[in-house]
Design a protein around this ligand. Structure first.
Ligand code: PLP
Length: 402
């Protein structure tokens, strides 16, 4: 059955017992839908390829929204998860655990030197929730400065730090001010001795793939220090090799007080983390999570990070990003206003709405994301083959026109 773009057709249509299950209509009947659905049911993945229920292959430049950086069904992640599932899946934070200990040590070794301890959770929004609570507790202050177009998650605390999606839920947490991203003067004017923290992304993902520059992050560090405010860097989307460095803050040498991670960190298994420096203290009982730091996710994350290190995925993201820029940029596209890219985090801003072009790409076997109304965002697995990346560039040329 075909559905409209909003995915609403077929809702409340009864299914007869002898009718074979349709994935689309079953989801439509039973899901509490909050997503702008596409008419495609994905059932299997391998590397940078996804397959629908009829076996048709797609080049995946969504990657679970920047999650599957080591590729779908990565054999190392698959075997680590399988082995850990047979050994121990759950172990609450009240006990120590071997796999968790190894992951914590690994995270401390790969993240910037300004952070050294991690609280493990299950998603990006939870990492930001923890960051907000820890910043309040560490500073005794309750005001935050965040960026316009910034995105930090959908739960009430993280949403309070997020610029969009908030109107229906006001009042949110008080004391959150928004200033234009990458603007030093506006940031300086907004931060005061009442500021607990500045919360920013290195590259705004959901906000349209917008890059901050080195001078901005150096100034943010200096402004925070001058007011004894904390600098919270949200690398939920940019972290784990996406931008051509293990963490995007390495591009600018910025040293965060609190670093938020999630998306790609466990190869697709849900996991988040907030890392803090020695200056940020916690008290027993002030935060927690039932699932956070469970051995299954820790094993998946360790395997994922080992793949990233062994296969040099940061360098690969840089090289493949350059290859794509060359292939796509070689021919001018009439509909393109701007291309913004770091590694394999790619935003193509159009002069018109992106969604019809994303649908046209899907019809040609390429899955892409929007980032705001006029930006096509590509976040392919970092293991994507050169030929697949060249094909993405070719399909984009077809869809966007000469
Ligand atoms: C996706 C994202 C989040 C939220 O992560 P969830 O796992 O969906 O809660 C937070 N911050 C940034 C920068 C993100 O890209």
């Amino acid at each position: 059955m075909r559905v409209d773009v909003a995915g609403r057709a077929g809702r409340n249509v009864p299914r007869f017992e002898d009718e074979p299950m349709s994935i689309v209509s079953t989801e439509q009947r039973h899901a509490f839908e909050v997503f702008p659905k596409r008419d495609l049911a994905i059932v299997r993945g391998e590397g940078a390829t996804l397959y629908d229920e009829s076996g048709r292959a797609y080049i995946d430049c969504v990657a679970g929204v920047g999650v599957a950086s080591v590729g779908h069904a990565n054999p190392d992640v698959v075997s680590a998860v399988g082995e850990q599932a047979r050994t121990l899946i759950t172990c609450p934070g009240i006990f120590y655990n071997d796999v968790r200990a190894r992951l914590l040590e690994k995270l401390a070794s790969i993240t910037p030197p300004s952070v050294s301890r991690a609280f493990l959770c299950n998603s990006g929004t939870e990492a930001n929730e923890a960051a907000i609570k820890l910043a309040m507790h560490a500073t005794g202050r309750r005001r935050f400065v965040c960026a316009m177009r910034g995105f930090h998650g959908r739960t009430m605390g993280a949403l309070s730090a997020t610029h969009k999606h908030r109107n229906a839920f006001e009042p949110l947490l008080g004391g959150f001010d928004f200033v234009p991203f990458n603007n030093v003067d506006k940031l300086r004017a907004a931060v005061s001795d009442e500021t607990a923290a500045v919360i920013v992304e290195v590259v705004q993902g959901e906000g349209g793939v917008r890059l901050g520059d080195a001078a901005y992050f150096a100034a943010a560090r200096e402004i925070c220090d001058a007011h004894e405010a904390l600098l919270v860097v949200d690398e939920v989307q940019t972290g784990f090799c996406r931008t051509g460095r293990f963490f995007a803050c390495e591009h600018h040498g910025v040293q965060p007080d609190i670093l938020c991670l999630a998306k790609a960190m466990a190869g697709g298994v849900p996991m988040g983390a907030v890392l803090v420096g020695d200056g940020v203290k916690a008290e027993v009982g002030m935060h927690g999570s039932t699932f956070g730091g469970n051995p299954l996710a820790c094993a998946a994350s360790l395997a994922t990070i080992e793949v990233m290190e062994r296969e040099g995925l940061a360098e690969r993201a840089r090289a493949k990003g350059a290859r794509f820029a060359d292939a796509f940029g070689r021919r001018p596209c009439a509909g393109v206003r701007d291309v913004r890219q770091v590694g394999l985090m790619i935003g193509i801003e159009l002069k018109e709405r992106a969604r019809p072009h994303i649908e046209a790409l899907m019809a040609r076997g390429v899955l892409a994301l929007p980032a705001g109304p006029t930006v096509i965002r590509l976040l392919p697995p970092l293991v994507i083959e050169d030929e697949a990346l060249d094909e993405v560039a070719a399909r984009l040329h077809e869809v966007l026109g000469e």
